[in-house]
Design a binder for this molecule. Structure first.
Ligand SMILES: Cc1cc2nc3c(=O)[nH]c(=O)nc-3n(C[C@H](O)[C@H](O)[C@H](O)COP(=O)(O)O)c2cc1C
Length: 221
């Protein structure tokens, strides 16, 4: 698969086959992604690969908290407190298209709640990666982390693996740190569901839209 194909075929995969991903395969993704650039080669990334019983424990802990109404307390605010145009409209469309693919109507609050909770089940993926960086680092390292995380997702395409970056699985970072023995000094950026996609599931068959290049590019000569 060439790079353009990998970029264009990556989607957020939200249904997975019940098929394990070998440790050697996961290692290969990380082995490729470590070549991502980072300011003065800081390589800020720290990754926890979680599967099996540990993943079930994390899922249970997230679901217990969510069901008990414990408010998420992420290490940082990923989204703005107030949404403005055009982001507000894009966010709305994103949610609408997802619910449509899942066959969930606007009024069906319980099904929407369950769909949101599916995040805490990692959408049935056999693996979740968690991405951390040292709190001592600066804002620039967040760029490096983004490049690393996208590199993991693109490398996954080479092996027919699907992924979904998940801010939601960083909702309760203290739970993740405690269960995985990660020091408080490590900030949790996000999780990522990883596994073989269930291509027959409708949720994997729609594509989000993008603005055309001309909508976000200015050319100067
Ligand atoms: C850092 C990050 C966090 C995300 N968190 C979630 C999440 O918690 N749950 C989810 O279903 N999708 C999540 N997404 C996926 C986005 O909704 C998705 O990337 C976007 O709608 C574009 O769709 P595509 O990835 O299929 O191209 C996240 C994406 C990014 C980059």
């Amino acid at each position: 698969m060439n790079v353009i194909e990998a970029i264009e075929s990556r989607i957020s995969t939200r249904a997975y086959l019940d098929k394990p991903v070998g440790k050697d395969r996961i290692k290969k993704l990380l082995d490729a992604a470590r070549w991502a650039p980072s300011g003065v080669n800081t390589q800020p990334w720290q990754v926890a690969v979680v599967q099996g019983e540990k993943l079930r424990q994390l899922s249970d802990a997230f679901l217990r908290r969510a069901e008990a109404g414990v408010k998420p307390a992420p290490d940082y605010a990923y989204y703005p407190g107030e949404w403005v145009i055009p982001y507000k409209a894009r966010r709305f469309r994103c949610g609408m298209d997802l619910y449509k693919a899942l066959g969930i109507g606007r009024e069906d609050k319980e099904k929407r709640r369950q769909a949101a909770l599916d995040n805490y089940r990692f959408f049935g993926a056999p693996v979740s990666l968690f991405f951390f960086m040292d709190k001592a680092l600066g804002k620039g390292s967040w760029l490096d982390m983004g490049m690393f995380i996208q590199s993991v997702m693109l490398a996954a395409r080479e092996y027919g693996l699907g992924s979904c970056p998940q801010a939601s699985t960083a909702d309760y970072p203290d739970v993740v740190r405690e269960k995985l023995g990660v020091p408080d000094q490590n900030l949790l950026l996000c999780g990522m569901a990883l596994g073989y996609p269930d291509d027959t599931h409708p949720v994997n068959q729609y594509r989000t839209l993008r603005e055309e290049v001309d909508a976000f590019t200015s050319w100067f000569e």
